[in-house]
Design a protein around this ligand. Structure first.
Ligand code: HGY
Ligand code: MN
Ligand code: MN
Length: 397
């Protein structure tokens, strides 16, 4: 068994939490490329150096802690949602660093560490690992903008003085990512570990409908071309039309809506909204895209100009059998009868890394199933159990 140090691990997690601490519970506000994110990465680079690893920033801000020669890669991401929890991503990065330290103290196996950048998609979808893995071309990523119109190339310039080239993935023999479940299943069943079977696919795009801005008092209802009403009709129609295409595991979200000019006495003339959908089946994702595009065109009709932003997406991926088996046997050893195989409804960097090498993931419970919220939390005993399962899997490889 690798000599992991639970207190050292938990202390490092609480240290990372200070960067962008929201002051509400253990919440954090550490979106990619913000001052808090950059400060956290600079701190992490020093932690890696102290742990005997060579810190390496790449051109998009992915931070690797490299050990000599071929090695296992462990990690996740340390950026957060605009309102995030202290564990989403951070858990996997600090568990990786703890195991890198333990493997050095134990004389192997060699472990490198990574904190990917913009996994939370301020600009794209798992942007940093997507660029590193070749799922997203850098010149295309550079044209992406965040919800305030900031361009990706302008944001990533903050790392220009630190960035070296992209790390060659062939130095790594496989990738493990530990993550909170971010859903209700382990918390409900009382199980301690999820060994991930596969990660769902995702599609994400912006839809714009433009009608007619007008006076909210003098414009009769039958003459309006109200962009909010068009969005409301679109949402109602797709919920109906998805019914015979989706399963209980399919999800879709309109999470970001920008009404123009967003004033209570003005009929909104324009709406820009995010349309995101996820499922384990690529064909179902494609059928849903057809319904979305057709329904948007139907709602637009003659009254609204319709346009679509770039569609970003990742395919569903199965986890590597050998690495997953190492996690399962370690889980049975550490938490006998208290673990399960399960799919991931959340996206992770492991999806992109799976293009380059074998990958596997494990989950620990999320209290109340809450995530992407300041209230996100996990019992510290469960965090340590996850660390021990991961260490056991690494030791067998
Ligand atoms: O949205 C996701 O699945 C990830 O947490 N960014
Ligand atoms: Mn995450
Ligand atoms: Mn997340």
């Amino acid at each position: 068994m690798l000599p992991v140090n639970p207190d050292r691990f938990l202390n490092s997690l609480h240290a990372l939490r200070q960067f962008g601490a929201a002051g509400i519970g253990k919440g954090v506000q550490r979106p990619a490329y913000t001052d808090a994110d950059v400060a956290a990465r600079d701190w992490l680079a020093e932690e890696m150096r102290t742990a005997g690893l060579t810190p390496h920033f790449d051109p998009v801000g992915n931070l690797f802690g490299l050990c000599e020669g071929p090695s296992l890669l462990l990690g996740s991401h340390s950026d957060s949602q605009p309102e995030g929890g202290w564990l989403d991503g951070a858990l996997g990065v600090m568990a990786a660093l703890e195991i890198a330290k333990a493997t050095q103290e134990a004389g192997g196996p060699p472990v490198s560490v990574v904190s990917f950048e913009d996994e939370e998609g301020r600009f794209g979808v798992t942007t940093g690992s997507a660029v590193w893995a070749g799922n997203l071309a850098l010149d295309k990523a550079d044209t992406l903008t965040d919800r305030d119109g900031v361009r990706f190339d302008a944001a990533r310039a903050v790392f220009a003085d630190r960035a070296e080239g992209f790390v060659d993935p062939s130095r790594f023999t496989g990738f493990f990512e530990m993550h909170i479940e971010q859903g209700p299943y382990l918390d409900t069943t009382g199980e301690k570990i999820g060994v991930v079977s596969d990660i769902v696919g995702i599609r994400d795009m912006k839809i714009i409908l433009e009608g007619q801005q007008n006076h909210a008092g003098t414009t009769p209802m039958h003459l309006r071309r109200d962009a909010f009403q068009a969005l409301a009709r679109f949402s109602t129609l797709i919920n109906e039309r998805f019914r015979n295409v989706v399963t209980p595991a399919t999800v879709w979200t309109i999470g970001h809506v920008s009404l123009h000019p967003n004033a209570s006495s003005i009929v909104p003339g324009k709406v820009t909204f995010s349309m995101q959908w996820r499922d384990g089946d690529a064909d179902r994702l494609a059928r849903m895209e057809e319904i979305i595009r057709a329904t948007a065109a139907e709602v637009a009709g003659e009254d609204f100009a319709l346009s679509f932003g770039p569609m970003l997406g990742l395919e569903p991926v199965p986890m590597d059998t050998r690495l997953r088996g190492a996690l399962a046997s370690s889980a049975e050893h550490v938490a006998p009868g208290k673990w399960r195989d399960m799919p991931s409804g959340a996206l992770h960097d492991a999806t992109n890394v799976s293009r380059l090498m074998p990958v596997a993931m494990l989950f620990v419970p999320s209290i109340g199933g809450i995530s992407h919220d300041f209230a996100e939390d996990t019992d510290e005993a469960d965090l340590v159990t996850g660390l021990e399962v991961l260490a056991g899997a690494v030791a067998t490889l």
